[in-house]
Design a protein. Structure first.
Length: 448
């Protein structure tokens, strides 16, 4: 029933936002009616979206959002494991400093998260999620009045789940339905709403979105098309409520997905491009025609400093992320806006799920055209790539460019030694009971 109702919304509700320009960004901080919707699609690689150059029609609604807003063309997530990545995204601090690197780590309560800043500014705050790595016990509920895992609804018989490792109940339809109930309940108030969608991670699709074949990679594309349709339903619902022109949409992902590019499938094992190149789009309360593309390198740690500057809200001190407003303005003027965060880090502890083993950090350092994979406990294995000539990181140049390798190695070692968080405290450890561990295993992770 929900699908039929929502599908009619997609067909019947055109985009009612007024036309605008980059100059109109300056007026956002003056508005007292503006909402913020943070839309995160788990496990979404940017190269699988049409607006990022993919030749399959996987994402018509997301492409329309990007093509009438601001798209950051070269964005990097800070890990390929959800908890580590999301801790950095929310705090705008790199993993080495958040300390959220292992199975039992949590965000320190002293950290000041975006929901707290929005709440202090008078926004109603809500989070709707289905991924156990962002559960409240890991510190992710800070600042949210409502932090809710939706009750699983009835799944139509046409829906298929093709990732055998995932055993989550329900689908992202449950998230969309809860989101529209939240926006309806708070229609006359300002709100900040975070939605964490999981169906791409689960490889969920139905008969109408089974467009691209039956291989594992094809089914991933089918699931993106399914999720894109659900996002279209959400946007249509906001249109019906008269909220599109009152809502800034922030669209991102925590990490991508590998399909054998470096001999592995899935994620949470390394930090190559296929698992750290992620989309970042700002959907504005007005339409830019054409949309704006920021070509300079960005990172997920930049998301909230950028939004806060746009809205005139407090930006906490000591962050690694920086506002990208200057890069947006440079792109509008025909430039690239180089310089801010041209150096970007992504990290994973290769033993994050094995608490009895010593940490084994793997750090990617991006600077200029180069990207180094630094194995902290075995630097002789380090790999160097020229992303300009080799965007898929297939030709290791570590031996042929020793000066570049050594310089980036020194940067990596310095970065890993700087472990003090802006809030001063280390990441607390959380004791997980059997039920919580089983919920995390249901996501497909091999947790002892």
């Amino acid at each position: 029933m929900v699908l039929v109702w929502a599908a009619s919304l997609v067909e019947m509700r055109p985009d009612s936002r007024p036309n605008g320009s980059v100059e109109d960004l300056a007026s956002l901080k003056e508005r007292e009616d503006l909402n913020v919707l943070f839309l995160l699609v788990d496990t979404l690689h940017s190269r699988r979206l049409g607006s990022y150059g993919y030749d399959r029609d996987t994402s018509p609604h997301l492409d329309a959002l990007a093509n009438s807003g601001i798209r950051f063309a070269h964005n990097i997530s800070q890990s390929s494991w959800t908890k580590c990545s999301m801790a950095s995204l929310w705090t705008s601090v790199y993993p080495a400093r958040t300390g959220v690197l292992r199975l039992d780590h949590a965000i320190a309560p002293e950290a000041r998260l975006p929901a707290e800043i929005f709440q202090d500014a008078g926004f109603r705050t809500g989070g709707i999620w289905r991924n156990g790595w962002v559960a409240p016990n890991f510190g992710f509920a800070q600042g949210f009045e409502l932090y809710h895992r939706p009750r699983p609804g009835r799944v139509p018989l046409s829906v298929r789940r093709e990732n055998p490792a995932i055993r989550l109940e329900g689908t992202d339809q449950d998230v969309v339905q809860s989101a529209l109930e939240f926006s309806r309940s708070h229609r006359d108030e300002r709100w900040f709403l975070y939605l964490h969608l999981m169906d791409v991670h689960q490889y969920v699709y139905d008969e109408d979105t089974a467009l691209f074949g039956t291989s594992y990679s094809d089914i991933y594309d089918n699931s993106i098309r399914w999720t894109d349709r659900l996002i279209g339903m959400l946007l249509a619902g906001l249109e019906k409520q008269g909220l599109r022109e009152r809502t800034l949409i922030v669209f991102a992902s925590d990490h991508g997905e590998a399909f054998g590019e470096h001999g592995l499938e899935g994620h949470a094992r390394n930090v190559y491009a296929e698992v750290t190149d992620t989309p970042l789009v700002l959907g504005l309360p007005f339409r830019l025609e054409p949309g704006l593309v920021v070509e300079s390198r960005t990172a997920n740690v930049d998301v909230w400093p950028t939004v806060f500057e746009l809205l005139g809200l407090e930006i906490p001190e000591g962050l690694d992320g920086r506002s990208r407003l200057a890069a947006i303005q440079a792109a509008a003027a025909g430039g690239r806006g180089e310089g801010v965060n041209d150096r970007v880090f992504a990290q994973i502890d290769q033993t994050w799920g094995q608490v009895r083993r010593s940490p084994d950090p793997l750090l990617a350092v991006s600077e200029g055209p180069y990207r180094l994979m630094h194995y902290a406990t075995a630097p002789e294995r380090d790999e160097l790539y020229d992303r300009t000539q080799d965007p898929k990181e297939q030709r290791n140049l570590a031996a042929s460019l020793p000066e570049v390798r050594d310089r980036l190695q020194a940067l990596a070692e310095t970065h890993l030694s700087e472990t003090t968080a802006p809030w001063g405290s280390s990441a607390p450890r959380v004791e997980l009971d059997d039920m919580e561990l089983n919920q995390l295993r249901a996501l497909g992770y091999a947790i002892p």
